[in-house]
Design a protein around this ligand. Structure first.
Ligand SMILES: C[S@@+](CC[C@H](N)C(=O)[O-])C[C@H]1O[C@@H](n2cnc3c(N)ncnc32)[C@H](O)[C@@H]1O
Length: 349
């Protein structure tokens, strides 16, 4: 429920980021000194560190978008920024209903060997987070040889289904790499355009810096010459979207993220090594660390996590470790079998 909060500067602060049941836990530690320094008889209804307030020499100071930028933004009033023409016609939170359904019991913690272009076994609005890495259409053994338009159509069909099954406020994290050099194919920009077209709201993008684990590519183009040097990508993207609303109704759900994890995972550059294909038994696995971070950041304990291209089940393993439920889809039986083996090992530990 949106809240109007009385701030120390006398401004009314419209805050949607705190849930009513959290208010008592998140009370401002500066309550007493701030009250005294005000010396007014105004009754402060709820005192929390509202987004537009900073404590400066014992008083809160409101900051807003400035011409010169600000060094820290945690107490920033962004309403001026969002009222600019840049944001005209941009969808913010939209009302698409908040009812949640449950995943039928026979699909809880399961991996299905079928195409995720059709997830008709799932009702609408039953999944809290999708984390996935789509096939790249580059000639891996599971890849078809699709034109760019056909490839985008395949991904769009799957992500439309993901949109349907996500709850309002549910998130989708899509790990993609760009391809080729002549020309470079900006797959991530096509995925962004298609996700927006489906109706997703974009939350941000994470650059996954794979560092030295990205391998010492020797595709230099022209060695030590400006004739035609090539960039050697050592990064991939994790594109993050929401369905319908940026916030996820918390009700009685429990967060499990630690302070250190939160400080680290909210940064837009992540650094951890890639997974070895040989070790994972899959040509293009992502490390469990990748879905684990997304799960910790974007879901509550017991939430439901979907991977529509689940390969050898890295997302499912991460979900298990984080105490979430999972459902995976893959069209190759051998990957489904490997995933099930990995999951049963996790269950035993
Ligand atoms: C990049 S891999 C995902 C690897 C996974 N993240 C892991 O760590 O094992 C993409 C997977 O999508 C699967 N796939 C391709 N088309 C599919 C479809 N239409 N439905 C479901 N899975 C599909 C492939 O078999 C492949 O395992």
């Amino acid at each position: 429920m949106p809240l109007f909060l009385e701030s120390f500067s006398g401004l009314r602060v419209f805050d949607t980021s705190y849930r009513s049941e959290q208010l008592s836990q998140k009370a401002c530690p500066h309550q007493d000194p701030c009250k005294k320094s005000q010396g007014r008889d105004r009754e402060l209804k709820i005192i929390i560190p509202a987004p537009d307030c900073r404590i400066v020499a014992g008083r809160r100071k409101t900051t807003e978008t400035s011409n010169f930028g600000v060094s820290k933004r945690e107490g920033h009033d962004s309403s001026k920024f969002y009222s600019r023409k840049l944001y005209y016609n941009n969808k913010g939170d939209v009302s698409i209903g908040s009812a949640e359904n449950t995943v039928p019991p026979e699909y809880v913690d399961r991996i299905l060997c079928k195409s995720s272009q059709n997830m008709n076994e799932l009702p609408d609005s039953c999944i809290h987070l999708a984390v996935t890495s789509p096939p790249y259409n580059v000639g891996k053994i599971y890849d078809q040889d699709l034109t760019l338009a056909e490839y985008r159509q395949l991904l769009k069909a799957v992500f439309s289904e993901v949109f349907r099954v996500l709850v309002t406020g549910g998130r989708a994290c899509v790990n993609v790499a760009n391809l080729g050099r002549k020309p470079y194919l900006p797959i991530h920009s096509y995925v962004i355009a298609d996700m927006l077209d489906i109706g997703f709201l974009m939350r941000g993008e994470i650059i996954w810096n794979k560092g030295s684990s990205a391998g010492a590519s020797t595709a230099w183009g022209s060695w030590q010459s400006a004739a035609n040097p090539s960039l050697r990508d050592t990064h991939e993207y994790i594109l993050v979207f929401s369905k319908g609303s940026f916030s996820h109704a918390a009700s009685t759900r429990q967060d499990t993220i630690s302070k250190e994890e939160f400080l680290s995972y909210t940064k837009s550059v992540w650094e951890f090594p890639a997974e070895s294909a040989t070790k994972a038994g899959h040509p293009a696995p992502f490390p469990v660390e990748l879905p684990y971070r997304c799960i910790q950041l974007y879901t509550f304990r017991g939430d439901f996590v979907l991977d529509p291209f689940c390969g050898v089940g890295s997302t499912c393993v991460a979900a298990l470790r984080a105490g979430r439920h999972f459902l995976g889809y893959d069209t190759k039986q051998e990957y489904v079998d490997s995933a099930l083996r990995r999951i049963s090992k996790e269950d035993m530990t």
